[in-house]
Every structure is written in structure tokens, then in C-alpha cells.
Design a protein around this ligand. Sequence first.
Ligand code: NBP
Length: 482
Amino acid sequence: MSDQKANIGVVGLAVMGSNLARNLASREGNTVAVYNRTWARTEELITEHPEAGFIASESIDDFVASLATPRTAIIMVQAGKGTDAVISQLVERFEPGDIIMDGGNANFHDTIRREKEISPTGIHFVGTGISGGEEGALNGPSIMPGGSVESYKTLGPILASIAAVAEGEPCVTHVGTDGAGHFVKMIHNGIEYADMQLIAEAYDLLRRVGGLEPSAIADVFTEWNKGYLESYLIEITAEVLKQTDAATGKPFVDIVLDEAGSKGTGVWTVQNALDLGVPVGGIAEAVFARAVSSKPAQRAAVQSVVTDRPEVQGVDASFADDVSKALYASKVVAYAQGFDAIIAGAEKYGWQIDKGNIAKIWRGGCIIRAQFLNRIVDAYAENANIATLLEAPYFAKAVAEGEAAWRRVVSTAALSGVPVPGFSSALSYFDSLAQKRLPAALVQGQRDFFGAHTYKRVDKPGVFHTLWSGDRTEIETEPSTH
Ligand code: NBP
């Protein structure tokens, strides 16, 4: 082993780790140590990329010895047990002041637990969300580090050197302490689910109701990508729709089995939002839409009994424009809900999260990168304490201008039998917030009737119960605890 020491190390050299290691090595001033449990992977990386000048080790001891102190190592291994195994190997060998960063897709609850376990040793543990897939890892991801403020002093400049750059700014910020980075990455993925589902619904409407072929829809999306809907997801959707299957000559989208998979971060978002009591219907509908698509037996069963489908409604040339407005308004709702979840998570777990900075670091490198995020940056810069993004003047105006189109699209879809769970749940959410009175009053009455759950009145303070099984008079009482 040479005497040269590395300022940063990477453990785990599958696709993400090796790309991140190459990205690090390509930046001025970095010397990168690499280690993988199975040597063959390390050997392949150093053979294929001699230009990176990696310091490679076959053993974890040599890897640790190859790091300059204070040591900084990034773990990029399979989330869960693999991460725990590598952490304990490093903790055994590291010293107070050293930094262990987990850049995998950890559940933020695990990150909080790990940080708690490691912090008494004086070693900094930094859970970091990294978005952008393998391409991002190599050329510049969006990076969401948690952990201590102190560790960010060392890690920040290193991460800034490899992050994507959007409008001159690196897409990295210290999100908050312990699990904040992985939490925000989770919400990012949840929003990504919603965004993808809404775009898929727009495609379905343009095809079934608008009567356009996939190649023509690709042109519509390419056009949309020049305006307010500009985003990476719209751009790649046009590319997918343009694709022709070489084997059959059919549009690619027609030869793909229509059962969408998921890796779980969307589910985590919804589970945690439920725990936090935050309505994230747009994200939940996107997760459920994938689940519905992956139920072939139920789909076939219903198709066998429902043979008479509604007639598709006639639409005019303005339909595509209506769909673009409905898509935009629904997208505003999905992002508003995602940021609500961030605010609620920050409150529950004690994180100081700058919402504008989160929108900023999503502008490059990650899957939801879009011009749109600048409007969120502006909204929080104008007033960081808005109750919802739907209140921000820019979004309020955009939604108001698209509202009639949004309603036309959702009603046309319903009458035509085209499922639009994303569009319609977003509209219902908007209407729920916009409506002065909600039928929640009746729900409270029902709860009080069967469970004495009590209710409050609109005209005076206090908590009340009606003696439903008695003489139905009202009594003032304590709030129900059951
Ligand atoms: P994988 O998630 O496929 O994991 C493979 C790596 O984990 C290999 O280096 C493997 O070593 C190592 N590993 C395992 Br498995 N168990 C281990 C253990 N007990 N001890 C030590 N090493 C172990 O790799 P990946 O697809 O490159 O992803 C790495 C991380 O990045 C994951 O957490 C993943 O969820 C995340 N990820 C993020 C994105 C994104 O867009 N942000 C995309 C893809 C993945 P071996 O070679 O010896 O088997």
C-alpha cells in the first residue's frame, strides 16, 4: 500500500457507489479510497478507471488506514442489513471526529436510530439522501445530507463539488440533523410518484379522449416542455412515447405490460404522512394506482362483468390545453402536499428545514427537476410561513386560471370512464380547502352518536355531547379520549 492518503472513501462499489466514487475522483483536490466486500468489484472499477487514481483496499482495515484523519467515508451499499454491517465495521475502526455518511436509500427511522447509537462514540453519522440514479451519481446528483452541523463543515464542500449545479448553485444543502436528509429524500420520491402518475393520466386522456396516437402525444409533451410544465419527467415522457418497438413496429408504450412496480419509498411517504396526519392524497393515489395496475386477477374479474363501458365524450381542439392546465393545477397540489409533509416531519422530529432551500436543491440532478421549483423557491422567499403553497400568490393565480379547465377535464374523464385518480383527488383536495363548510360536521355528529366522541360548536367554546340514547339534550363535557 502506498503512503498516500485519501480525503474521502467510498464503501460499496455496485453501480451507485462506483459512479459516485468516479464523480468524486474527477473533482480537483479529491483523492478517493475505495473498498467493496467482494474484491472482484473493486478490481473491475480500478481496472476500468485508472484515470481516477483510486486508492483501493482489499480489507476494511487497509481501507480505514488509507484515509487521512479526520476520516470521511461514504457508504453506498444495499439499504438495511448491508448498511448496518458496514457501519459496525467502520465504527469499530474509526475515531472521534471521523465521519460516516450513509448515501443509500435508508429509511429515515433507521437513520435516526443509527445516529443515536453512534453519536456517543464521537463519530459523526450523516444520513444523506442522494437522488438522480446512476447517471446522477456519476455526473451530479441532488444531495440531501442530514447529520450534525459540524460534520457538514467537512462534508459540505466535498458534496458541493460533486452535486448537480442548477442556476449556478450546487444542489446540496444541510437539510437538518439526524434523519432529516433521508426524510426529505423520501418525500422527494413520494412527489416523484405523484408527478409521474399525473403525467401518465394526461397521456391517457390525450389518447383515449383526445384520440391522439403516442407519437402525436410525444409532440404535445415536447411542446409542453417549452412552457410552464417544463421538467425532466415531461421531457423523458416524450422520449418514451416516441419510441417504436423494433420487434413489432408498434409504439413502445403499447408493448409494455401495464403493471407498474415500485421500490417502496412512495409507500414510506404515505405511511409516514398518515402517522403525521398530513393529507398527501396525490402521492397516495399514485402509489395506489400502481397497486391497482398490479392486480391482474381483480382487473380481469371486473372486466368480465363490466362489458358496457361509457361512451367517450366528444372534445374540441382545446382539450390538450385543458389537460395541460389540469396537470399543472394537480401538480401544484401534489407539491403543496409534499411540502406539508416536510413541515410536519420537521415539527415532529425537531428539524430546522429551510423549505426554499429544499426546492432549490431539487432543481438539478434529481428526477423531479423542473423550472416549477423556482416558483416554490420564490413562494417561500416571499413568505416562509404560508399555510400551504396553494396560498402563494403565483400558485393561487395559476390554479385560479386553470380551474375551469381542471373541472372540465375531471368531469370529461369521469363521463368517459377514464380513470384519473391523481387529477380528481387533487381537485377534491383543492375543493375541500376552498369550501367554507365541510361535511366533517356530519361525521362529528355520527362519531358522537355511536361513540360519544364529543364535538365542538361553531357558536361557543367548549366540548359537547348529545345524549343520543336518552332524551337527546346536549351536555357540556370533557373531550373524548377514546
Ligand atoms: P445495491 O443496493 O445493489 O447493493 C450492492 C452493494 O451492497 C454491493 O457493493 C454489495 O457488496 C454491498 N453489500 C451488500 Br448487498 N451486503 C453487504 C454487507 N453485508 N456488507 C458489505 N457490503 C454489502 O447497490 P446500488 O444499486 O449501487 O445502490 C447502493 C445504495 O444506493 C442503495 O442503498 C440503494 O438503495 C441506493 N440507490 C440509490 C439510487 C438513487 O437514485 N439515489 C438509485 C439506486 C440505488 P458485494 O459486491 O460484496 O455484494
